[in-house]
Design a protein around this ligand. Structure first.
Ligand SMILES: [Zn+2]
Length: 284
């Protein structure tokens, strides 16, 4: 893909999100995903939970130094507000890698009431008994839905995973595991650090430029430091796989700037985590 082709496709991608609260729990959604009655999805805000201090209040991360009981209770509150069956959750076990696992109802509870899955940053299923859950605090969530095959995918895409094309790996797993065709897949991107706020060292910026030559992703901020546009990196890997530009739906919400969200970078690591979720509601 040339730079001209990429820019032509990227111009067709329009960021959009919706936000609602129930019992104080905030949920971000992608309008294009909400239009499909066969799935439910969302991304948690930090409001409405029981955690205090820097974890205040809906911390959904088990990997941060907080009492496990609080996080367990926050999941109960969150699932109630988002209408997720508590025993349907299957959680990622991220390592900033590109491992994607195909999961089903036998995995329900893993990472919550049962031991974690092996290391994996991405999950794919076509089982309506399963709710896919991934954890975030600046890192992108990629959502995937194939309406034809009734298959879904969700992944944690930090800068390392995005650079290594975790999105491509999820689409590959949907092809292999669920017979999905990229031309049928709808993609979304959750709240994450925006192009303006994601400052990187020159070495990292160089890596991105080498990996995605089709895409004008490097900027410079007011301090003269390099920035990287991870939202373009997301779109670039979806388009490379054959996803149609009109099927790519970033929320366009920045975790660093939106105070309803945890930001690992803004809060200098002393913060909680949010959860992305995606599930099939019924088989048509
Ligand atoms: Zn920002």
């Amino acid at each position: 893909m040339t730079r001209e082709q990429f820019e032509r496709d990227y111009a067709k991608i329009v960021p959009a999100f919706a936000y609602r609260e129930r019992n104080g729990v905030g949920i971000y959604t992608i309008p294009a995903f909400s239009a499909y009655p066969d799935i439910d999805h969302g991304f948690s805000a930090r409001t409405g939970g029981v955690s205090t201090g820097c974890f205040s209040s809906l911390n959904l991360s088990f990997t941060r130094p907080e009492q496990r009981d609080n996080v367990v209770e926050n999941y109960r509150i969150f699932c109630d507000a988002a209408d997720i069956p508590l025993d349907s959750m299957v959680m990622d076990h991220y390592e900033h890698g590109t491992t994607v696992l195909l999961v089903d109802r036998l995995d329900c509870g893993k990472g919550y009431t049962k031991p974690e899955l092996p290391f994996c940053d991405g999950l794919v299923t076509d089982d309506p008994e399963v709710t896919l859950i991934t954890g975030h605090a600046d890192c992108m969530a990629f959502y995937f839905y194939d309406p034809k095959r009734q298959a879904i995918g969700l992944c944690h895409a930090g800068w390392r995973g995005a650079l290594d094309r975790i999105g491509t790996e999820v689409i590959r797993m949907m092809r292999v595991g669920c017979k999905s065709e990229p031309g049928d897949i709808i993609c979304g991107v959750g709240p994450s650090i925006c192009p303006k706020c994601f400052e990187v060292g020159d070495d990292v910026a160089d890596e991105f430029e080498a990996a995605f030559p089709q895409c004008d992703l490097r900027g410079v901020n007011e301090k003269g430091k390099a920035t990287i546009d991870l939202w373009r990196v997301a779109a670039a890997q979806f388009l490379e796989c054959g996803v149609r530009p009109e099927n790519i739906h970033p929320m366009g919400v920045c975790t660093y700037e939106d105070t309803r969200l945890y930001s690992h970078r803004r809060d200098k690591g002393r913060t909680g985590g949010m959860a992305a979720y995606l599930r099939i509601l019924k088989k048509s």
